[in-house]
Design a protein around this ligand. Structure first.
Ligand code: DX5
Ligand code: ZN
Length: 216
């Protein structure tokens, strides 16, 4: 079964705990926190204080996606706030050594490490990190905004990662983020994804229960 990771970017911030408990009751297993710094991406979103306030009020995996220009610093701050997974961007790193040292730092603090690639980044760049990554996040929209359309090239990247991970007997989970709904979720699942992130497809809809079901 596929893990569903509701993205709180689309949740009603005035009743965040209710939104979190609702998706948990519907069977979501990951809770996706989008962190934006106004530098790596133009917008600003969740802060350490938000994660700290809610991380222990549910039992889902606190899946923190940091779209920031200073990943090392922010990874540490969000781990202190209660993250279970930290996913940072390949494009925010100066070189491969920096990618390795952030992964190592996250692991040394007892948290799972994920690496994300933007739509224009070739999937091959992450192969060399896969054996030490817990998760690889394929962005299927340009990071920074919810409610965008799924970019088709993500499907081939997921399929290539699935093949590589299985051929090398790795345990790295594949996550996809952006424009996921029943239709694109199915496409990503057929390509071999493990975790579907969905924001605007889920929150604010009367039939959220059926929508979560459609992604499982
Ligand atoms: C985009 C974020 C996504 C976003 C997905 O930068 O990383 O998690 O919330 O939103 P939807 O599901 O609306 O495309
Ligand atoms: Zn995200």
């Amino acid at each position: 079964m596929t893990h569903v990771a509701p993205s709180l970017l689309a949740a009603d911030k005035s009743k965040l705990l209710d939104e979190i408990l609702l998706v948990e009751s519907l069977g979501a297993t990951y809770l996706h926190w989008d962190v934006m710094d106004g530098v790596f991406v133009p917008n600003i979103s969740y802060q350490t204080s938000d994660v700290k306030a809610y991380a222990h009020k549910h039992h889902m995996v606190n899946d923190v996606h940091i779209m920031v220009a200073n990943p090392m610093e922010q990874a540490i701050a969000f781990i202190e706030a209660g993250a279970d997974n930290i996913t940072f961007h390949y494009e925010a790193c100066k070189n491969d050594e920096e990618v390795h040292s952030i992964i190592d730092k996250i692991h040394s603090l007892g948290v799972k490490a994920g690496l994300s690639i933007k739509p224009k980044t070739d999937v091959e760049v992450c192969y060399k990190f896969l054996d030490k990554l817990d998760l690889i996040l394929v962005m299927s929209v340009e990071p920074g905004l919810g409610g965008q359309k799924y970019i088709d090239s993500a499907t081939g990247k997921i399929a290539a990662l699935r093949k590589y991970i299985d051929n090398h007997h790795l345990k790295t989970l594949i996550e996809v983020d952006g424009g996921i709904n029943a239709e694109t979720g199915k496409i990503a699942k057929n390509a071999g994804v493990d975790i579907l992130v969905a924001g605007s497809y889920l929150f604010g809809h009367e039939d959220i229960k059926e929508r979560v079901e459609s992604l499982k």
